[in-house]
Every structure is written in C-alpha cells, then in structure tokens.
Design a protein around this ligand. Sequence first.
Ligand SMILES: [Zn+2]
Length: 61
Amino acid sequence: MANKIPENARFVEVECKDCSNKQIIFLKPATKVNCLACGSTLAIPTGGKADIKGEFVGVVE
Ligand SMILES: [Zn+2]
C-alpha cells in the first residue's frame, strides 16, 4: 500500500480503517497522526515518509 505513494508527495488523503473517516495528513509528520473522528492511529513518523496505517486514498496537490 505505502509503496503506491509517490516520493515527492507532501500531503496525502488517508481513510481510517476503523471508522472510514477521510483525513488529509502530512506525509512526513514529526509526531504520530491520529484519526480526528475515532482516535485510531493513521500514520507513524519514521523520520522520512510516514508509516501509513490507514487506507491510502490519494495524493493531495
Ligand atoms: Zn477513525
């Protein structure tokens, strides 16, 4: 899943696997990103491209 994300992307839309909430997140976050609706983890910082835990929807231009 994560390998579909282009290297030059900065923001991506991710769908929460628990509640289907769609959320735009920074692809290289400094802190863990949680779903605003249910609090489930959507992305974990790695120092580079985040480890996306939700469903990748698309790149936000
Ligand atoms: Zn959620």
